[in-house]
Design a protein around this ligand. Structure first.
Ligand code: SF4
Length: 106
């Protein structure tokens, strides 16, 4: 088995354990090296755990509550489809949500 296949399997397994698949799929179709969400592959286990503890998902299930209308959202820069969150590191999908959502100030 080649190194790239082993690495892919490891990352897929790690993603499944940490529940980051939805995050990755929102930011590049599951490829952790996707340039569209540069920086995600730089996250350490603690940062991933922080996302999980806040129950972050890439597609909000709460009507009217999305990352892009949350006070803590940082708009995308440099043509990236993903923004960021002031509460944790790494890319955040505009349509995402976590339990720390707070309405953007009017
Ligand atoms: S706090 Fe939660 S809902 Fe708000 S931008 Fe960050 S991840 Fe999205």
């Amino acid at each position: 088995m080649s190194d790239s296949v082993s690495r892919r399997r490891f990352l897929a397994s790690a993603g499944a354990v940490l529940g980051v698949g939805p995050i990755l799929s929102a930011c590049g179709g599951g490829d952790v090296t996707a340039a569209s969400c540069a920086g995600y592959d730089q996250l350490d286990a603690a940062a991933l755990q922080q996302r999980q503890s806040l129950e972050y998902v890439d597609v909000s299930q709460v009507p009217g509550q999305r990352c892009d209308n949350c006070r803590f959202y940082n708009a995308p820069e440099g043509g990236s489809p993903c923004g960021g969150c002031q509460l944790f590191a790494g890319p955040v999908a505009p349509a995402g949500w976590c339990r720390s959502w707070v309405a953007m100030a009017a």
